[in-house]
Design a protein around this ligand. Structure first.
Ligand code: AP5
Length: 210
């Protein structure tokens, strides 16, 4: 099954993807995670994108499309994948259609008020990328990941100014993809407001597996 997770920053895409991987046994490909790993490694890609990402803007389409095209050419995604954070613009969606046929687009339906609450308290593991939250999902040991023991930190783009910019960018450039995919008849809406376990159930129902 080839899936896209579409939704505003902080909607819970990465959190649900970690669960969906276990349910569907397909790889999770997050362009945000790929970019953050490149930044941590100080690779040429990381050096190129760091300031853009920290400011809450989008990396250019050409760079992002090339990255995803290369990743989707690998063997482990032949039978399916979850694309999280890509496509984010109409040109990215058009490019994707030329090299992979997506089955379903999962649209995370959530108001800005909840998004702000989630991003404001998010903490992320530097090693495995798992998401935590100071209120909704605090690590059992302060500052350490429950899964791998890595350091848990606040993302540079979770500062208030960058959050506002990311929401603006989402409305202007990414939200139009909802109609783009709805018109193709492959979009399903998932209510992303409730606690994680309920969102997992909403997701399964949306895929006809509930
Ligand atoms: P990316 O990493 O994709 O960021 P994003 O889309 O802004 O999404 P987030 O990771 O912020 O949120 P999420 O929906 O995964 O929520 P999460 O599960 O963490 O991209 C980062 C940057 O990279 C972009 O800004 C851009 O610069 C660049 N980039 C990436 N892709 C690109 C592309 N295609 N083109 C160009 N540039 C690109 O959850 C958030 C918090 O809420 C967590 O603390 C979590 O614990 C908590 N939470 C989650 N679900 C629930 C729940 N149900 N109840 C309570 N709390 C919850």
């Amino acid at each position: 099954m080839k899936l896209i997770f579409l939704g505003p920053p902080g909607a819970g895409k990465g959190t649900l993807a970690a669960r969906a991987v276990e349910i569907l046994s397909i790889p999770h490909i997050s362009t945000g995670v790929i970019f953050r790993s490149a930044i941590a490694a100080q690779s040429p890609l990381g050096i190129k994108v760091k300031a853009i990402i920290d400011a809450g803007k989008l990396v250019d389409d050409e760079t992002t499309i090339a990255l995803v095209k290369e990743r989707l050419a690998q063997d482990d995604v032949k039978t399916g994948y979850i694309l999280d954070g890509f496509p984010r613009t109409i040109p990215q969606a058009e490019a994707l259609a030329a090299f992979s046929e997506v089955d379903t687009v999962v649209n995370f339906d959530i108001p800005d008020s909840i998004v702000l609450e989630r991003l404001g308290g998010r903490r992320v593991c530097r090693e495995c990328g798992r998401n935590f939250h100071v209120v909704f999902n605090n690590p059992k040991k302060e500052g350490l990941c429950d899964y791998c023991g890595g350091e848990v930190y606040t993302r540079d783009d979770d500062r208030p100014e960058a959050i506002q910019k990311r929401l603006e960018v989402y409305r202007a450039q990414t939200a139009p993809l909802i109609d783009f995919y709805r018109n193709k008849g492959i979009l399903v809406d998932v209510d992303a407001r409730p606690p994680v376990e309920e969102v997992v159930e909403n997701f399964k129902k949306a895929l006809g597996r509930g």
